[in-house]
Design a binder for this molecule. Sequence first.
Ligand SMILES: Nc1nc2c(ncn2[C@@H]2O[C@H](COP(=O)(O)OP(=O)(O)OP(=O)(O)O)[C@@H](O)[C@H]2O)c(=O)[nH]1
Ligand SMILES: [Mg+2]
Length: 305
Amino acid sequence: MIGALPAHKSGFIAVIGRPNVGKSTLINHFVGRKVTAVSPKPQTTRYRIAGVRTTGTSQMIFLDTPGIHHADSLLNREMVRVALKTLEDVDVVLWIIDAADPLTSEDRLINRHLKDIKAPVVVALNKVDLVKPKQNLLPTMDKCQKLGPTTEVIPISATEAENLDRLEQVLLTYLPEGPPFFPAGQATDQPQYLLVAEIVREKVFQLAHQEIPYAVAVQVDEMTAREEEGIVDIQATIYVEKDSQKGIIIGAGGQMLKTIGAEARREIEGLMGSRVYLGLWVTVRKNWRKDKDALRRFGFLQRHE
Ligand SMILES: Nc1nc2c(ncn2[C@@H]2O[C@H](COP(=O)(O)OP(=O)(O)OP(=O)(O)O)[C@@H](O)[C@H]2O)c(=O)[nH]1
Ligand SMILES: [Mg+2]
């Protein structure tokens, strides 16, 4: 025998941080395709979503989570609960901190929660491309090092793909040896209809302003393939909380809804590798963010809660 091959490693990495620090951007990069919504607005991610990176020698399962913040509404409290619950059973926690706006009161809140968990914590200081001159990073790195039992602080840029190889190497040292959990080629644990709903919701986050995106939930009502023609028919509903929001989502002459539909369809076609007909409907569900039945329907609360 000429030396043993390195053992295969696989495991779960909880990606946490305050809203808008780049958690989902980083995961999409590691997976190599979009599995989780990204937008310049905070609180884009609402669910726990697994993004899977499979190489010949390892499988890293990144768990994307909603940004941890001082939550007030029922929906926001539920989002934070999902994020904190993800910390319970993972091999390593990847805590993302914004290098350009580090150690806010939300970061301190996260640090308090991390004191109780057993998994090792790796800190990634993201958005270093925004820090100029570069030596301004040093005091921040120093402060992060002193946060607690954190093992390592790694400066990165998710959008510029800076230092991500190094981050991957560090994360791999914390993963146990073992076979993959997901088949090769599987990029996420999300079924296709949920990916489609998230694509539509992401377009709303990117295109609508102020409070509107937060009042929106999306459900796919129908998804059928027309076998002979190679077309997939999709019907989805965009839920809003008030009539006035419905008007804004539809837009003057239906222009806003058209743009949301066109951008979503383009991306869904890429996902499915076929032509897509996307029908979008807008419906008012009054105050759904405060309504337990609606939150269950949209997949936030479990059936028994
Ligand atoms: N300049 C710069 N911008 C970044 C970087 N990483 C992410 N962003 C931007 O930051 C914004 C938020 O990114 P997301 O990936 O949605 O952030 P998130 O942490 O998942 O946010 P929530 O889901 O709301 O908690 C987007 O506009 C990204 O393009 C980076 O390394 N540099
Ligand atoms: Mg996100």
